[in-house]
Design a protein around this ligand. Structure first.
Ligand code: NAI
Ligand code: 15L
Length: 274
């Protein structure tokens, strides 16, 4: 159990609700926040306060006395730049300033869309060696303004570690839903169980520095290989492969979407030509 309370932004969102319940169950003391009301009964030892990520003073107040900030709040899908900018760029700055003041560690819910324009493997080879897959040190190839904001968030972590010694674990989440719903998710799916265990490991690890972790389950068809998971001692337990018969045939028919790891985010408003 963490020695200090843990602040969770985006607590009213899909993953925030999963984490609020799962971490409270482990005996953690949580401070929950979101711009939207928390829709569930408050878990034991948890408090909730509505706040806008655009409000830096409020963020400082919320983080007071916390040992870690789980940053899951913000725009979570592709939106126009002006919509993304406040919550995801300015908000990220407020989170890091609060972490710097408290000496807190940040866990950033980054996304595969920060690298979504990497191509998928041409022949999906489920036995492909880990080393042949995309490493976490690959180039950023954002597939939209949302993905760009996630690349910015990871770089913010790089800056605050190098300059201020603020530790941060950047989890490049694939697709975190109750179960995979299409063929792409046989590669990208992250189970709720694996997410909760990942977050717990990232907070409890003695030291992390700045690190980047592919947050997907133990999927044989994963696009992703090397990362820094050894630093926090996390290994996924679940696998999307069990759903192959159910969803393996669910593909979009859009060549751009099927070519890139980011899927539909890459093909949205795509105007580059063939
Ligand atoms: P969600 O959209 O359900 O939750 C995001 C929460 O942030 C919402 O409750 C929303 O009210 C809150 N929020 C938005 N603007 C805000 C603002 N200005 N101030 C305060 N709160 C604000 O998204 P979900 O699926 O729970 O994702 C959580 C995080 O994980 C997001 O950062 C998302 O980008 C990231 N992620 C999620 C993936 C997934 O598969 N669910 C995949 C990759 C990344
Ligand atoms: C994300 O970053 C989104 O938050 C989520 O809603 C999914 O679209 C996911 O990526 C994905 O790539 O499946």
């Amino acid at each position: 159990i963490p020695a200090k309370p843990v602040l969770l932004t985006g607590a009213a969102g899909n993953l925030g609700r999963v984490l609020a319940a799962g971490l409270a169950e482990r005996g953690w003391t949580l401070r929950l926040t979101d711009i939207a009301p928390f829709p569930d009964p408050l878990p034991p030892r948890a408090s909730f306060r509505r706040a806008d990520l655009n409000d830096g003073v409020e963020l400082l107040r919320l983080a007071e006395g916390c040992g870690a900030i789980l940053h899951f709040g913000g725009i979570s899908v592709e939106r126009p730049f002006e919509t993304v900018m406040g919550p995801n760029l300015r908000g990220l700055y407020h989170v890091y300033e609060a972490a710097r003041r408290e000496g807190a560690r940040v866990l950033f819910a980054s996304s595969n869309h920060s690298i979504g324009f990497h191509e998928r493997p041409k022949v999906p080879d489920r036995s492909q060696a880990n080393e042949a897959k995309l490493g976490a040190d690959c180039a950023f190839r954002p597939d939209g303004y949302y993905g760009l904001s996630k690349a910015y968030g990871e770089l913010m972590g790089r800056l605050y570690w190098d300059k201020h010694g603020v530790e941060n674990v950047n989890c490049r989440i694939g697709s975190c839903f109750p179960k995979p719903v299409n063929a792409r998710m046989l590669s990208t799916w992250l189970s709720y169980n694996d997410l909760t265990r990942l977050v717990a490991a990232a907070v409890l690890a003695p030291r992390t520095g700045h690190c980047v972790i592919w947050a997907c389950s133990d999927n044989p068809a994963s696009f992703w290989g090397q990362d820094h998971r050894d630093r926090i001692g996390w290994q996924p337990e679940d696998s999307a492969e069990a759903y192959r018969a159910e969803v393996g045939h669910v593909v979009s028919g859009d060549p751009v979407e099927e070519r890139y790891q980011g899927g539909s985010y890459a093909s949205m408003a795509y105007s580059r030509g063939a």
